[in-house]
Structures are given as structure tokens and as C-alpha cells.
Design a protein around this ligand. Structure first.
Ligand code: SF4
Length: 80
């Protein structure tokens, strides 16, 4: 068995040039995202796993939010 003591960390990136400020993502995942100067921004660039953060990235009409596994860089959302 492979037990790891390191908590999984996710990275959140918002492409503010692509964001059109709908606020959909903020309603879905207010813990992780906020509107700053009319566009979405990550409250923190790294966070623990949360399904609703993936939902927010999947819902964005501009695919402006990318969630990756910090350790590997694997893209978790949006889905291709
Ligand atoms: S859902 Fe997408 S376009 Fe809308 S505010 Fe969030 S990042 Fe911007």
C-alpha cells in the first residue's frame, strides 16, 4: 500500500483575458473564486480538492478556469 503523508494540492488559474465576468464560477465555488475588477480571480492559487471547484471550471462558458494537480500538472478541469 502506498500511503502518502502529503495532502493533495490543486492549483487554480484564471485566464482573466478570456473571462467575460459572468460570475457563474463565483456562484458555484465562492470559497475559491471571487470577482475582482469585473473579472473572476482565484482567492488562492493553491487549494485542497473540492468537487465544486471542478464544477465551476466545467461551467465557465469561456473555459477560463483551469484546475490542475499541483504535483503533476495534470489537468483536472475543464474536461476536454
Ligand atoms: S464563469 Fe468564466 S467567464 Fe464567468 S466569471 Fe467565471 S471565469 Fe469569468
Amino acid at each position: 500500500m502506498n500511503h502518502t503523508t502529503e495532502a493533495t494540492s490543486w492549483s487554480v488559474a484564471v485566464d482573466r483575458a478570456a473571462c467575460i465576468g459572468t460570475g457563474v464560477c463565483v456562484s458555484t465555488s465562492p470559497e475559491h473564486l471571487e470577482i475582482r475588477d469585473g473579472k473572476a480571480a482565484a482567492r488562492a492559487t493553491e487549494t485542497g480538492p473540492a468537487q465544486y471547484l471542478l464544477d465551476a471550471a466545467d461551467m465557465c462558458p469561456m473555459a477560463a478556469i483551469t484546475v490542475t494537480e499541483t504535483a503533476t500538472g495534470r489537468v483536472l478541469a475543464p474536461e476536454e
